[in-house]
Write a protein that binds this ligand. Structure first.
Ligand SMILES: [Zn+2]
Length: 138
C-alpha cells in the first residue's frame, strides 16, 4: 500500500496517493524559514581540489518533517549535491515525498543565495517519487 510519504507502489493508482499541499501557506511554512534551516548546515571545508559543506539543503516532506544535507565535491565527479544528501536522509527515515526543497550557499562576504536544484537533482528527486517534481519547486 502506498501511504503518506511512503514509497510509490506501481499497483496503486496515483489518485490514492496523498494530495500534495500546493503552497507554503498550506504547509504553514515560509521559504525564508526553510532557507534558514538550509543555511544552518553550511560548513564550508576546502582541502585542495575537494570541498564539502559549501551548499546546504533542507527539504520538507509532505508529512512536515525536515531533512538537511550538504554537498561533497571530490575529484572525478564522484561527489554529490546537497539535495542528494537531504534526500538520502529523508529516505533513510522512510519518507519519499518532498513538499518543498531549498538549497543555499554563502559568498565570501556572508551573503546568502538560494540556488536552483541542478538537472541531476531534479531528475533524482523525481525518480525517488514521481510526484516530487509536481510540487517541490512551486
Ligand atoms: Zn544537484
Amino acid at each position: 500500500l502506498a501511504s503518506d510519504g511512503g514509497a510509490p507502489d506501481q499497483d496503486v493508482p496515483r489518485r490514492t496517493w496523498r494530495t500534495f499541499p500546493k503552497s507554503w501557506r498550506d504547509l504553514n511554512l515560509s521559504a525564508t524559514d526553510v532557507a534558514t534551516s538550509a543555511a544552518a548546515v553550511l560548513n564550508p571545508q576546502v582541502f585542495g581540489d575537494r570541498s564539502s559543506g559549501t551548499v546546504g539543503c533542507t527539504l520538507v516532506t509532505v508529512a512536515g518533517n525536515r531533512y538537511s544535507g550538504v554537498c561533497i565535491d571530490v575529484p572525478c565527479s564522484m561527489g554529490f549535491c546537497a539535495e542528494h544528501a537531504a534526500v538520502a536522509a529523508m529516505v533513510t527515515a522512510g519518507e519519499f515525498q518532498i513538499a518543498k526543497v531549498v538549497a543555499v550557499c554563502r559568498d565570501e562576504t556572508g551573503h546568502l543565495y538560494v540556488l536552483s536544484p541542478c538537472g541531476r537533482c531534479r531528475e533524482f528527486m523525481h525518480q525517488v517519487h514521481p510526484e516530487n517534481m509536481v510540487s517541490a519547486f512551486k
